[in-house]
Design a protein around this ligand. Structure first.
Ligand SMILES: C[S@@+](CC[C@H](N)C(=O)[O-])C[C@H]1O[C@@H](n2cnc3c(N)ncnc32)[C@H](O)[C@@H]1O
Length: 342
């Protein structure tokens, strides 16, 4: 049963987010990684106001990110592992993705979005060359990597039968889905499509993953730009939830038109299932982000995905879970009927 304490906690959750993001942005966790320290010295080292730094350090200790004897401060073990820049497990950059000011500003206008039935933001997730997607591409690889590896594992049997493979990564963002497949299949070539400002980031990742010489970039609107092809694999990861079923089908039709008769499409996204929302909350919470940030987007159900795929000419859809992550991978192949039409 809902308690008063739980309601107060929900009302104040944004303060915790602000504290965590401020600690990361000001480099407090990096500073404390050098050893136990008091507020005045911390403020001097970081060029901050001493009184304010004391208040912030106490609040960070209050929410369990620091340990304090009342005068000096040290990092909690988890903070030392995950919030210090340069540590292998550092995940502070993810704050720029999942606690971004863009999302926050859009979510503050949720009541208006519910009245209108879609975003009221003039700049939103569908805006061409939206700057948020540069941040996303730069900082999301840590969460994309396990899903990209899972896609490679699922496609393993198919890749084993091919000496060559052409892959299109539609709305590639960071590009990790295509690049990870390229790493698993040394003779694969990848075409990564996104807005030009985002492709600059993807190019950096391709070089870092040593696949750049097998990667080509397609810059522009995925609904308009010529897609090239044909491709053995088309990846559309975390994209269809930005759109209505109708628009998603339109994109899938474009993809199907450049998929080889033996080729497959790979979708990644949150999938709404038949369980009550409390048992699988992630897609329902994600739908709220799509509501405030897109015209008609939402997390789709498995049934809606099947409908979109069938209408676009793909068949045999199969759902695959991703260990420890709430999203799903959906694969489907080109349909026999579509092969006849070609
Ligand atoms: C949620 S990100 C997905 C990135 C990557 N596929 C992933 O799964 O992490 C959505 C991407 O779609 C791109 N995008 C959105 N609308 C687009 C359009 N009309 N044409 C090309 N890219 C688009 C954005 O720039 C962004 O990089």
């Amino acid at each position: 049963m809902l308690t008063v304490a739980a309601i107060f906690e929900m009302m104040q959750a944004y303060k915790t987010t602000s504290l965590l993001c401020t600690g990361i942005e000001l480099g407090l966790f990096d500073c404390l990684a050098e050893g136990r320290i008091d507020a005045t010295t911390t403020a001097e080292k970081l060029g901050l106001n001493a009184r304010a730094t004391g208040l912030l350090l106490n609040a960070l200790a209050a929410i369990g990110l620091l340990e304090s004897d009342g005068h000096t401060y040290a990092l909690d073990m988890g903070a030392a592992e995950y919030l210090v820049r340069g540590k292998p497990q550092f995940m502070g950059n993810m704050a720029r993705v999942i606690a971004s000011r863009w999302e926050w500003e859009a979510l503050r206008r949720l009541p208006e979005a519910v009245r209108r039935g879609g975003t009221v933001m003039t700049e939103n997730a569908e805006t061409p060359e939206y700057a948020y997607w540069e941040d996303f591409a730069a900082n999301a690889p840590a969460i994309a990597r396990p899903t990209a590896e899972k896609v490679a594992e699922i496609l393993g049997p198919l890749m084993a039968t091919r000496s060559k493979m052409n892959i299109l990564d539609l709305a590639c963002g960071h590009g990790l889905y295509g690049f990870t497949l390229a790493r698993h299949l040394p003779r694969a070539r990848v075409w990564s499509l996104d807005w030009p400002n985002v492709l600059v980031v993807a190019e950096r990742h391709a070089a870092h993953m040593c696949v750049a010489e097998r990667v080509s970039m397609i810059a522009g609107d995925m609904f308009q730009v010529p897609l090239g092809g044909p491709y053995d694999v088309v990846v559309i990861a975390n994209v269809l939830h930005h759109f209505s079923e109708k628009r998603g089908t339109e994109l899938l039709r474009r993809a199907a038109a450049v998929t080889t008769p033996q080729g497959i499409v790979v979708l990644v996204g949150f999938v709404v299932d038949d369980q009550p929302p409390a048992l699988n909350p992630a897609p329902h919470l994600f739908s709220i982000l799509m509501l405030v940030w897109t015209t008609e987007g939402q997390a789709h159900s498995a049934v809606a995905y099947r409908r979109m795929l069938a209408a676009a000419g793909y068949e045999n859809p199969a759902l695959h879970g991703v260990p420890s992550l709430p999203m799903q991978i959906i694969t489907a192949s080109r349909s026999y009927q579509d092969q006849l039409r070609l």
